[in-house]
Design a binder for this molecule. Structure first.
Ligand SMILES: C[S@@+](CC[C@H](N)C(=O)[O-])C[C@H]1O[C@@H](n2cnc3c(N)ncnc32)[C@H](O)[C@@H]1O
Length: 199
């Protein structure tokens, strides 16, 4: 049987500027990891997706599409209320707008009030200062579904060294409970999933 280009077919749902590889660097701050993030979220079947740090909504667009394809929902969290308008305008032309909800506020505060059930896919890309990354890990990881996946952006970015400090410390303290893989290229990505307990 011939392999199907499923990812390519899915990505055709995105607007054109998000499709081209060269355009990706411009459109996505996490551009080089676009397919990694998309692949994990989409093919793990994630239904409850959260993005911490939305900015102009490039990644939100992608995750809203995953939510649409997986019959789920994506929540975007940001301290900047203007994000919502930008992303609403972006999503207005796409059919997966209803799959996305904005949560305004400091991510740790929002995380403490989270009421939408176990999270299947969590993208941490909000405040990049040490305390903020620590707070995001402490607040949001307990909200993860047992088989949920986490991606932390900017773990290999010299301008954002606090992120790596926080994730390294987290792994030193709790790494025994997690499958973890750093992608140490471009700005870097840490992928996390809770270790399966032996039956
Ligand atoms: C690097 S941008 C996010 C980029 C976006 N994830 C993407 O891939 O297109 C970081 C965002 O985090 C937001 N942010 C910073 N500190 C935050 C906090 N404490 N809580 C929530 N959002 C925060 C900023 O307002 C900014 O929009």
């Amino acid at each position: 049987m011939q392999a199907q280009a499923v990812v390519g077919d899915d990505l055709d749902l995105l607007p054109h500027q998000h499709l081209s590889v060269s355009g990706m660097q411009v459109a996505f701050t996490a551009g080089p990891f676009l397919h990694v993030i998309y692949g994990i979220a989409r093919y793990s079947g994630a239904k409850t997706l959260v993005e911490i740090g939305v900015a102009d909504g490039s990644m939100s667009t992608l995750l809203a599409q995953v939510a649409y394809l997986n019959s789920g929902h994506c929540w975007g969290v940001d301290v900047d209320a203007a994000c919502e308008i930008v992303i609403r305008n972006r999503l207005a032309t796409m059919k997966f707008g209803p799959q996305w909800t904005f949560l305004f506020g400091d991510s740790a505060e929002v995380g403490r009030r989270w009421l939408h059930g176990p999270i299947d896919f969590l993208f941490i890309d909000g405040g990049h200062e040490y305390k903020q990354v620590v707070a995001d890990l402490q607040t949001w990881l307990p909200q993860l579904a047992p088989n949920g996946h986490v991606c932390v952006h900017d773990t290999h970015n010299p301008d954002r060294a606090d992120v790596r400090k926080a994730t390294d410390e987290f792994l030193m303290e709790s790494g025994i409970n997690w499958d973890a893989l750093y992608l140490d290229y471009d700005s870097g990505l840490l992928m996390l999933r809770r270790k399966k307990r032996p039956e």
